[in-house]
Design a binder for this molecule. Sequence first.
Ligand SMILES: Nc1ncnc2c1ncn2[C@@H]1O[C@H](COP(=O)(O)OP(=O)(O)O)[C@@H](O)[C@H]1O
Ligand SMILES: [Mg+2]
Length: 263
Amino acid sequence: MPLERLSTGVSELDRMLAGGIPRGFFVAVTGEPGTGKTILCIHFIAQGVKEGDRCIYVTTEESRDSIITQASQFGFDFSKAMEEKKLILVDALMGLEDPWSLRSLDVEELVNKVIEAKKALGYGRARLVVDSLSAFWLDKPAMARRYSYFVKKVLSKWDFTVLATSQYAITTSEAFGWGVEHIADGIIRFRRFVRGGVLKRYLLIEKMRQTPHSLHMHEIAILPGRGLVILRPVEMRKEDIALPRQVFEKVRRATEQKEVEVP
Ligand SMILES: Nc1ncnc2c1ncn2[C@@H]1O[C@H](COP(=O)(O)OP(=O)(O)O)[C@@H](O)[C@H]1O
Ligand SMILES: [Mg+2]
């Protein structure tokens, strides 16, 4: 039986994915701040609303209103989708009185809230965005892998196809943002570079199980009224994209450390 694939909402990206993301997959969306992770998540949810999927968007980095406003700039009416009970926006910032607010950045609370939302939306194919999942272990980076595994395992029974964003942040002693990738069925990596004084953004599919996906890094753009568009594949030398040596060492040490702490 051919694999059922879900459109990401970005047609060129779907082509790079041989049709889309396989149903039920848990996909890590990684990259530095401002590279387009949230925008991709918005497309993915908007596409779900269009196709009649049950949609849940958990936002920890910005408010519910900010996501609604951002979506509206690309022509997606998330308020209407919420009124029509096609979408639930879970926010970690709204406070106690709101039923779809998380009281703390706790993975168990996250999972319970997502299941509650799925029950409220009803039976059927579902899409979930957690933006970001790495926010749930900000203060305990060594738990990244265990927590991501827990979230993946519990939610796998609920017919979700998941995008979980994760930021790379390197503090003085540790690197975190890793963890989601270790357990993910797919990894979509965003990057940014300054070329000739201009910020350029790129996207690379680093992994997608059961998929003959594109292996080319592509330059992307975020355009008013349209959102994320894939521009062209890029040719780059290794020196262009390698991490600075010091940073690389830091990441390597932190990863080794984690291997010791999390069996
Ligand atoms: N309406 C818009 N028109 C053009 N570009 C936009 C628009 N809204 C956001 N952007 C671009 O998207 C960037 C934010 O992308 P985002 O997906 O939120 O990043 P992150 O990877 O941190 O989630 C902004 O810095 C801006 O360059
Ligand atoms: Mg974001």
